[in-house]
Ligand binder design. Structure first.
Ligand code: GTP
Ligand code: SPV
Ligand code: MN
Length: 589
């Protein structure tokens, strides 16, 4: 008798008609074979799926180029297919499940002809964790199979674990013919199923990541009483050796990976990395909030990564422990066969080919690496990896930090008055859009908890769920919001960011343990400048004041924009959020 898993795989094979079916076991040996296959397979015209990079400079590293139309998440082609449209909310594209399945069935008929179907059994979360979930993804490209080996805990043991159960998360992925007109990422939360076609890009194709661990998992969390969040998890060790854990939600390409492994500029401080993109948060028996990282790797933004900004990521990329490391859509140094991106250390190489494989002309006004070019590398290569990373219960959270990319108006850091006000602080957060999603870079959009593109259900219900979780916490974390991105009149960042962000983290930890006071303003509690540890960093007083300036005119406009955004939630907006918003409006009236 075939198991439910075997039956499901067989059904998908009947539809997609691959030449071969291969069940991955997640071993290193297998990954090496897949790399060999990928190096011989044509992906897009003239480019193989993988190219080996210079092994003396970048051991076990490979380059992948995706289709030029397929370099970022495509939010407009991403749907959440609940039975009822209102369950998906105004924050999601919606299609009725039957209609979505009919469309996907048509597009998928025979889409794997001539290709190999890879069956990938994997866990999100450490297998020993009560919060981990067993999953199986099907794909038809070696790049996704190898990437999933890095990003998840892939093993044949998962097949045994699933056994005769129906209870596993399903993902069906095919690159199709990369046709953007036949590209869709469909989620079926009621069935724990994701179906994606036409894209080989990370967030659209590595279905354990945003598709499952956020969109589907947020729905599971809503039903089961926990939270799936777009958050970094890190430990901050003070000079006395005490470690406090915090989570940080920032929208895509707004600094999570950098923060996760920051090299502190304050003496005696250390940062320990638990995760850089996704956190699953559960209420512990002791009434505290606990976080696990469901992932096992980093899929990080390459441009801007250097020994200056993020030395620990540079070390991770060179660690050569867990096989392999991938680079996608960076530029290439023709002479040395090394990946290159804007912001990398050292002089710019003479001869570069750009992310599309064309000789790059420095006078062309274009970037050589795609702004959303990325690396894929194992968490276990990271020199700052926390010893708690595999703790099945997760780590206890002292502070939740929310934020966005705001060049104006929003201060460097602000603390919420309490949990409800903190949920409002998250709900009102806006961010200027980045290259991580196809869309208008720089445009301001409200992005509650950095989850607008990832919340798999009605965002009004999501905010209500946050409020409810707060009621169950007898020791709730303090909630803060940060903004590293305020610029001066010349357009330069006022705050130096990166390793210097430890100064802000320190203030938050000091607040959480009641060591320092704060200044009350209508938008929240702000630091007294004397309480920010600025030892060894000189920023003129006037600039520091500007970082914390609350301009009433600006905030009146801000409130109007928040009200407009909240209006879109209709009757699903929790009353508490409307009340908080009214309070803020009144303070500036
Ligand atoms: P996703 O992987 O898309 O979720 O992005 P992320 O939030 O992990 O962003 P990441 O850390 O990769 O940073 C994105 C960009 O922001 C990079 O170009 C960084 O160099 C830049 N960045 C990160 N931290 C800071 C900071 O503190 N200040 C400034 N000015 N830029 C930063
Ligand atoms: C993001 O866009 O937030 C990412 C990359 O972390 S992706 O996997 O494409 O979602
Ligand atoms: Mn992300």
């Amino acid at each position: 008798m075939p198991t439910p898993l075997e039956k499901w795989v067989e059904q998908q094979a009947q539809l997609t008609k691959p030449d071969k079916i291969y069940w991955c076991d997640g071993s290193e040996e297998e990954a090496r074979t897949l790399m060999q296959i990928g190096m011989q397979e044509e992906n897009i015209e003239g480019t193989p799926v993988f190219q080996a990079l210079n092994p003396s400079a970048w051991p076990d590293a490979y380059f992948h180029r995706s289709h030029p139309s397929d370099v970022a998440r495509t939010e407009h082609l991403t749907f959440v297919c609940h039975k009822e449209k209102v369950t998906a909310g105004h924050n999601n594209n919606w299609m009725a499940p039957d209609e979505a399945k009919a469309l996907m069935t048509k597009l998928s008929d025979g889409c794997m002809k001539g290709r190999t179907m890879y069956v990938l059994p994997y866990m999100m979360g450490h297998p020993d964790s009560p919060y981990a979930k067993a999953c199986v993804q099907i794909t038809d490209i070696s790049y996704v199979a190898v990437s999933m080996r890095i990003m998840t805990r892939m093993s044949k043991k998962v097949v045994e674990k699933i056994g005769n159960s129906e209870n596993f998360v399903r993902g069906l992925h095919s690159v199709g013919d990369f046709d953007v007109n036949k590209r869709f990422v469909m989620h079926f939360p009621e069935e724990n199923f994701v179906w994606s076609i036409g894209s080989g890009y990370g967030g659209n194709a590595l279905l354990g990541k945003k598709c499952f661990s956020l969109r589907i998992a947020s729905c599971q969390g809503y039903r089961e009483g926990w939270l799936a969040e777009h958050m970094v998890i890190l430990g901050i060790e003070d000079p006395q050796g005490n470690i406090s854990y915090v989570t940080v939600a920032l929208p895509s390409a707004c600094g999570k990976t950098n923060l996760a492994m920051l090299q502190p500029t304050l003496p005696g401080y250390k940062v320990w990395t638990v995760g850089d993109d996704i956190a699953w948060l559960n209420v512990g028996k002791d009434g505290r909030l606990y976080a696990i990282n469901p992932e096992a790797g980093f899929f990080g933004v390459a441009p801007g990564t250097s020994m200056k900004t993020n030395p620990n990521m540079m070390r991770t990329l060179h660690a050569n422990k867990f096989y392999p490391t991938l680079f996608t859509n960076t530029a290439l140094n023709v002479e040395t066969n090394e990946p290159w991106w804007e912001g990398l250390d050292g002089p710019r190489p003479e001869k570069l080919i750009d992310w599309q494989g064309k000789p790059w002309d420095q006078n062309s006004g274009t970037k050589a690496a795609h702004p959303n070019s990325r690396f894929t590398v194992s968490l276990y290569n990271c020199p700052t990896l926390s010893k708690e990373v595999d703790n099945p219960q997760g780590v206890p959270i002292s502070a939740i930090i929310l934020g966005g990319r705001r060049t104006q108006r929003v201060p460097l850091v602000v603390e919420a008055f309490d949990w409800q006000n903190g949920v409002f602080l998250g709900a009102r957060t806006g961010s200027e859009m980045t290259a991580a999603a196809a869309g208008q870079v720089g445009a301001l959009r409200r992005d509650p908890m950095a989850m607008l593109p990832f919340c798999g259900y009605n965002m009004g219900d999501y905010l209500a769920h946050w409020l409810k979780i707060g009621q169950r916490l007898t020791h709730p974390p303090k909630i803060f919001a940060v903004n590293w991105f305020r610029v001066d009149d010349q357009g330069e960042f006022v705050w130096p960011g990166f390793g210097e962000n430890i100064r802000v983290l320190k203030w938050m930890i000091d607040r959480a343990s009641g060591r320092v006071g704060a200044r009350q303003t209508p938008i929240g509690l702000l630091p007294e400048l004397k309480d920010l540890d600025m030892a060894g960093l000189h920023i003129p007083q006037e600039k520091m004041e500007k970082l914390f300036a609350v301009d009433p005119d600006g905030w009146r406009e801000e409130v109007r924009d928040i009200e407009k955004f909240f209006h879109e939630f209709g009757d699903r907006l929790p009353k508490a959020m409307a009340e908080e918003c009214a309070k803020l409006a009144k303070a500036f009236a």
